[in-house]
Ligand binder design. Structure first.
Ligand SMILES: *[C@@H]1O[C@H](CO)[C@@H](O)[C@H](O)[C@H]1NC(C)=O
Ligand SMILES: *[C@@H]1O[C@H](CO)[C@@H](O)[C@H](O)[C@H]1NC(C)=O
Ligand SMILES: *[C@@H]1O[C@H](CO)[C@@H](O)[C@H](O)[C@H]1NC(C)=O
Length: 861
């Protein structure tokens, strides 16, 4: 069992932590009163509450309040819940900024930009990848469209982002909902200034709308709203803050709300997800990052990208990797002061000149895995050059240190250069690109002596390195669907891996970051261009039109495991519609009325689904429909219920798809209906939860017009195990984290640790008295119990991340009925009964739950 992860929870004994909840903080959706009315009612009834946020904007979307309950007892919660004004009481949950996967920060804006030039602005690879260059060429810029960015704020002082905040500027509206000291767990302290002190939001904003000499965003003339929901450093954000930010952005008249924020969920019942759905229903589209948990495999959708109506966005790698390097110079013979770039890692080379020591083995710079040559001599004053690969950075640094070296320059063995950290005492390390390494190797084989000079205040320089390994394919970190209710996320994907954009001036001005956080603003910018065009045409656009248009005009990409392209297309579960095609999205003369065909599992199988094709052109068109298959992927490991980490096992077994009719003539302005019947792929190991999918291709005149993604699950999800019964869970342990042998007395405060291998809509933990069977007066399906642990049932729990678990302590208290006050139990022998509702199971059916009971334990009160 994962004792280490477990013990961190034991120390805190908090189920709240495992659930990512702010202890004592709640959101109440209310009716017939306002937040003041609610708070004064609480106070007159003797319940101590501290106001966190008022969650309404005089709109009809949501009326609520969030507050800290000073005395957070089930009694107080039950009292509040019983008031007629309270629609729903839910804990404040935490979400993270979809964390950047890698970052490199330049130190000098001008230099970064001047080096990036060298072609027309729109030769910028991500703009070419998504067809944005062609829309710019048509004069589209997003002018007149307002996009609200919910993030860490925006450094509007950045010249590329307008230099000022307020009406008339690029960053024209917005606010700081939380204050700089907000961590997610403390009380927000709002102010009016949404300036970014963390970086993430400035990067996001630049992808949408930066304008610089050599760098522009996707929609360079949109107006931005900055809604700052993270402090600095940005740790996490409560869903009360997110709800408030979305409501304010909607009330401020944003044409689109975008958020590069999320956390494992896969259920649409979180209050934030519900508010997103209501905002979308009221007409404002919302684009939300699909999450960076690709490593966790399938069925790991993120909130609130999973909200009904939200546009969930996955990440594609840049075909070029912009690498921000620090400038230095080398000289050898006739070559004087030639500039090169390196990535600084541990330590610093100071402002100093070194002679290079480059040991060559078999015509290559040594990898030093077997140490440095015996005749190396004392390397104290030299810089040792070592090739990356075969052994760890640590052992290379140790080999250099063994010869007295203090400075090591690694030569990368793949394109670009990365930041390297080593722990060898006193060793500073950097890395150069393979190209620089090759230049040095040539000079050394010509018997030249090379000296390198560093300046500790040197500027950043940027090079764009082609990415032949994974450029133009899905980023491995991009989260996979489907959701726990078999809805597909993401809908569409966009460049998000290795993206250059603006960064706060204080941190250098520009940076390269990776994440679905970067793909989301790209799509937000594309929507900005779409809305501008529609406005010019006098058309009003619904969120559904955007969702459908984006998902059905994408380009399906081949699968890539991070190092090489496969021969088959990546599953729909990973890419949705594929790579965004902005040009096609804005110019398609054909439309359909569905963004995705979701066939569900085999038990709730939608044997046939239909959609409508509309010809918006001015000529009659003959459409030919065909099926394009994407790979089928297994969710779990072979012979196990545990989810497979990336990359999942991929199968070239495809569903059989019948399209009726598959040829149809449609007159201009008219629509016709098409029926699709699917037979899931046969001969699969259904216990491993195969997820299949593909695209219904709609072509006319030999040109592909649209592709509707479809997907389904080739098993009955109700049969799939949801509880982690492997890895030693569930388990009851004592306060030291020691396993309890069955039927033993394990002392005070036993702790139950459990985990889920799939999401569960309801997890219960009930308590049975073994020593006094008469006390068991609460029937729970087949068990007679004395009640449940306080805080249970847990609803809408996502799958537990690999290597983690949820822990709950028995503290001698139980609740008889949900919402009741907790009561103490007398001394005696007890056991716990854990139940988890299977996917698609019914909450009131005992057979739809998995059951596990703990060994007996003695509670001495
Ligand atoms: C891999 O596939 C992607 C997407 O189809 C493509 O853009 C890229 O050029 C391919 N890479 C290689 C090395 O073939
Ligand atoms: C699949 O079926 C389940 C059970 O009926 C339902 O809750 C869920 O919404 C369905 N999902 C889709 C995508 O239709
Ligand atoms: C534990 O006790 C129960 C009830 O007395 C008994 O049925 C069960 O076999 C015991 N288990 C072990 C492992 O001793």
């Amino acid at each position: 069992m994962h004792l280490k992860a477990f013990l961190t929870f034991v120390g805190l004994l908090s189920p709240a932590l495992a659930q990512r909840i702010v202890p004592g903080a709640y959101i109440a959706e209310i009716k017939g009163t306002n937040s003041n009315g609610f708070l004064s009612k609480a106070r007159t009834q003797g319940i101590k509450v501290r106001h966190r946020m008022t969650l309404n904007q005089e709109t009809s979307i949501f009326n609520g309040v969030s507050f800290d309950l000073e005395d957070d007892t089930p009694e107080n919660r039950a009292k509040i819940n019983s008031w007629g004004e309270v629609v729903e009481l839910s804990p404040v949950r935490l979400y993270d900024a979809a964390a950047p996967v890698a970052k490199q920060v330049s130190r000098d804006v001008a230099k970064v930009i001047s080096k990036r030039a060298g072609g027309p602005l729109d030769a910028y690879p991500p703009h070419v990848q998504g067809g944005v260059d062609r829309l710019h060429a048509e004069g589209l810029s997003g002018k007149g469209i307002k996009i609200a960015v919910i993030d860490t704020g925006i450094d509007y002082n950045h010249p590329s982002l307008g230099g000022k905040f307020g009406p008339g500027n690029k960053v024209a509206f917005g606010t700081d909902l939380v204050g700089d000291r907000y961590t997610g767990s403390n009380t927000p302290v709002p102010d009016a200034d949404p300036v970014d002190c963390a970086g993430h939001g400035t990067h996001v904003a630049g992808i949408i709308a930066a304008v610089d000499k050599d760098f522009i965003g996707v929609a360079p003339e949109v107006t931005l709203g900055a809604y700052k929901v993270f402090g600095c450093p940005s740790i996490s954000v409560g869903n009360d803050v997110l709800i408030s930010a979305f409501l304010q952005a909607q009330a401020d008249g944003a044409d689109l709300i975008t958020a590069s924020i999320g956390g494992p969920s896969g259920w649409t019942e979180d209050p934030w997800a519900k508010v997103v759905t209501r905002i979308v229903d009221a007409g404002t589209p919302c684009s939300i990052a699909a999450g960076n948990e690709g490593a966790e495999g399938l069925f790991y959708a993120s909130g609130a990208a999973d909200a009904i109506g939200a546009i969930g966005i996955g990440s594609v790698n840049n075909i070029n990797s912009p690498v921000v390097l620090t400038a230095a110079k080398y000289s050898a013979g006739a070559t004087k002061d030639k500039e090169f770039g390196y990535t600084p890692g541990t330590g610093s080379f100071g402002t100093q000149t070194y002679e290079l020591y480059i040991p060559v083995v078999d015509g290559q710079v040594t990898d030093a895995c077997a140490g440095l040559p015996a005749d190396a001599g004392d390397l104290k004053d030299k810089m040792v050059v070592i090739r990356r690969g075969t052994c760890t950075f640590e052992s290379k640094a140790a080999a250099a240190a063994a010869k007295g070296a203090k400075n090591v320059m690694l030569v990368n063995n793949v394109p670009g250069a990365v930041d390297v950290t080593v722990t060898a005492p006193g060793v500073s390390v950097g890395m150069v690109t393979p190209e620089t390494g090759a230049e040095w190797l040539k000079l050394v084989s010509e018997k030249q002596t090379i000296s390198v000079s560093f300046d500790k205040d040197a500027a950043g320089i940027i090079t764009a390195v082609p990415n032949p390994l994974s450029g133009g394919t899905m980023s491995v970190f991009s989260s996979w669907g489907p959701t726990n209710e078999m809805y597909q996320r993401p809908h569409i994907s966009a460049p998000g891996g290795n993206i250059l954009s603006t960064y706060p001036l204080a941190f250098g001005g520009y940076a390269v970051l990776s994440g679905t956080s970067m793909a989301t603003p790209y799509v937000a910018g594309v929507i900005g261009l779409y809305l501008q065009k529609a406005k010019a045409e006098g058309r009003k656009v619904t969120p559904a039109e955007l969702r459908v248009g984006l998902a059905t005009t994408g380009k399906p990409l081949v699968f890539n495991d991070g190092t090489k392209n496969a021969t088959y297309l990546a599953p729909v579960a990973q890419q949705g519609g594929g790579m965004v095609d902005a040009y096609k999205f804005l110019h398609s003369k054909t439309s359909v009325d569905t963004e995705l065909l979701e066939f569900n599992d085999t038990q709730h199988f939608r044997a046939s689904m239909s959609f409508k094709i509309t010809n918006n052109g001015d000529k009659q068109a003959t459409y030919k429909l065909t099926d394009i298959s994407g790979a089928t992927a297994y969710t779990t490991k072979e012979g196990s219920t545990l989810a497979q980490a990336f990359p999942p096992t991929m199968l070239e077994s495809y569903a059989n798809v019948q399209i009726v009719p598959n040829v149809l003539n449609i007159k201009p302005g008219q629509s016709k209906r098409v029926v699709v019947r699917v037979t899931p792929p046969a001969g699969l190991d259904s216990a491993r939860i195969p997820v299949y999918g593909g695209w219904i291709n709609i072509a006319s005149n030999g040109v592909d017009r649209l592709k509707i993604p479809y997907m389904g699950v080739a098993t009955a999800m109700k049969k799939a195990t949801v509880t982690n019964f492997e890895e030693g869970f569930p388990v009851l342990v004592n306060y030291k984290g020691e396993d309890a042998p069955a039927n033993s007395t394990i002392g005070s405060r036993p702790v139950l640790a459990w985990g889920l291998v799939l999401g569960s809509a309801a997890v219960r933990v009930d308590v049975v008295s073994v020593s006094n069977p008469e006390a068991n007066d609460v029937p729970v399906f087949t068990d007679n119990t004395i009640g449940s642990l306080p805080g249970y049932p847990n609803y809408w729990t996502p799958r537990t991340a690999s290597g983690e678990n949820n822990a709950v302590a028995f503290t001698g208290r139980i609740v008889k009925k949900e919402g009741d006050p907790s009561i103490r139990v007398p001394a005696g022998t007890y056991k716990l009964v854990y139940r988890a509702l299977k996917m698609t199971g019914r909450k009131h059916s005992g057979r739809d739950y998995e059951r596990w009971e703990s060994p007996n334990f003695v509670w001495s009160a």
